[in-house]
Design a protein around this ligand. Structure first.
Ligand code: SF4
Ligand code: FE
Length: 490
């Protein structure tokens, strides 16, 4: 089975002929659009890495499902080592792209659907697992990008799906047919949707009896009839449309978020992996969220590497690298970033095999990982801003460098440590600006807060998984408070 490289991948997405609304216009040639191109390059990076001799062993893995080499971004984890390697791979991608490379959502969804369908079949006598295996074998063999789609708009948060003024505010089955279902609704915040071949739709929360139409998991091609896309804006995104790319900060790569609407989309039976089994909706949500919370221990640490590197570099360029408070701030940044990574590795190394055979992360540690991610990147961004200085927010545009009057003034007055070029200093400041306040801050900060669920969701899971009863029992045992407890001593 031939694994695609970045060029093959980009060609395969072009052939989908996807269209989207971007900033008030209907765009047909998406891969060539200035906002889309950097995001597609970031996904292409994950394909090229599978062919790079330096990274091949990390990105390529033998799949028992399709009995051949697959890109790890479509692998069903077979061991805790696989889980750890996933995080290593994500850190590598984050460090080299400095943005969201988008391909993890489908990987996390697939691993969650794989184990959930197995257990659902056991309890309900359904046949979802075999179907999903067939589907995912095809994904692996074709080396496709799948976008996991979970987040419904949710309307009035005080109301259940059936109580909303509009039932489509939670994606639902509108029509059950003998040969499939018709779904209607929307999924928000869809990372990399227009760079994907397929969509794996999942329910957004634990559904209750009576909410069967909203307990739907199924696969839809991105170019299916009735699917509509509206491109999300990011701060400073129009800088990507300018001729001079230096002001973007990240001159090559970028992220992509898309509002995706399903307007009466037909899904045939062989692409349905849950249809009304409300008792498995919450399990699927929990597993997907935990995998994606693990993911952040890799990708955010990777972007953090770049931010730390840029901060250390700007300190040198500003001539303050040897100041003790600067060195201390850089150590603090490293400590925070490695703590994120340590949590990603820890929840992977202590993962467990599911009944279906693939491996899932340690749920408690994955949630601890993500809760740290809701905080530490903000502190890293604060320290980077502190070390950079105010020029981070006031620097003239790159276009002024070419102006016969302004250019020489900029080069004269923005000169600092003579060992460094002025324009290089500006480039580093722009990269930091991109990550802490520009288009890159969507992935590094806002997504760190809300991606894979906001901090309250992690707190709920930590509260559930923290096993307070057992901890209290240990206290009672140590203090001999309960004579009925077996002390284990003879
Ligand atoms: Fe992957 Fe991180 Fe982007 Fe999620 S936010 S898709 S984990 S790079
Ligand atoms: Fe995300």
């Amino acid at each position: 089975m031939a694994l695609k490289n970045g060029k093959d991948y980009r060609e395969s997405v072009r052939q989908l002929n996807l269209e989207a609304n971007i900033m008030g216009k209907r765009i047909e040639d998406l891969p060539d659009h200035g906002l889309v191109d950097p995001s597609q390059k970031a996904v292409a990076f994950t394909y090229d890495a599978a062919h790079d001799p330096a990274t091949q062993s990390l990105f390529c893995v033998e799949s028992p499902l399709s009995k051949g080499m697959v890109n790890r971004f479509s692998h069903l984890h077979q061991s805790t080592e696989d889980l750890v390697n996933k995080v290593k791979m994500q850190r590598y991608c984050g460090t080299h792209t400095g943005c969201c490379f988008q391909r993890c959502v489908g990987l996390d969804a697939a691993n969650a659907v794989y184990s959930t369908t197995f257990e659902c079949d056991k309890r309900h006598g359904t046949h979802y697992h075999k179907r999903f295996k067939e589907y995912w074998r095809w994904i692996q063999q074709e080396d496709l990008v799948v976008d996991g789609a979970m987040t419904d708009p949710k309307g009035d948060r005080s109301k259940r799906p059936s109580d909303q003024a509009d039932p489509d505010l939670f994606l639902r089955v509108k029509d059950q047919r003998r040969d499939g279902v018709v779904i209607c609704g929307a999924k928000l915040h869809q990372t990399g949707m227009l760079n994907s071949h397929e969509i794996l739709v999942m329910p957004t929360l634990t559904m209750r009896p009576g909410e069967e139409p909203w307990a739907i998991c199924c696969a839809v091609p991105t170019n299916a009839d009735g699917v509509h896309y509206i491109y999300g804006r990011q701060s400073s995104d129009t800088r990507k449309l300018e001729d001079e790319k230096m002001d973007v900060g990240n001159p090559v790569f970028g992220g992509q978020e898309v509002m995706t609407v399903f307007d009466d989309v037909f899904v045939p039976n062989d692409r349905i992996f849950m249809n009304g089994e409300v008792d498995f909706s919450g399990i699927l949500v929990e597993r997907f969220a935990s995998y994606h919370r693990q993911s952040y221990g890799g990708c955010k640490a990777g972007v953090g590497d770049l931010l730390i590197g840029a901060t250390a570099l700007i300190a040198q360029m500003n001539g303050v690298a040897n100041a003790s408070h600067i060195r201390d701030k850089l150590v603090e940044m490293i400590h925070l970033n490695e703590t994120l990574y340590a949590c990603g590795v820890a929840c992977s190394a202590t993962g467990e095999q599911t009944a279906a055979g693939n491996y899932q992360v340690n749920l408690l540690l994955a949630n601890v990982c993500k809760l740290n991610v809701t905080r530490f990147p903000y502190e890293l961004a604060r320290l980077a801003t502190d070390v950079s200085g105010g020029l981070l927010g006031t620097m003239p545009s790159a276009a002024d460098l070419d102006d016969p009057v302004a250019g020489p003034y900029i080069k004269k007055y923005l000169a600092a440590n003579p060992e460094f070029d002025v324009v290089d200093r500006m480039k580093v400041l722009r990269l930091i600006e991109n990550i802490v306040a520009g288009a890159g801050s969507v992935a590094y900060l806002i997504e760190s807060m809300h991606g894979a669920g906001p901090p309250t969701a992690q707190r709920i899971m930590i509260g559930r998984q923290g096993n307070l009863d057992e901890k209290m029992a240990r206290v009672r045992q140590l203090l001999d408070m309960d004579s009925k407890l077996d002390h284990g001593a003879s």
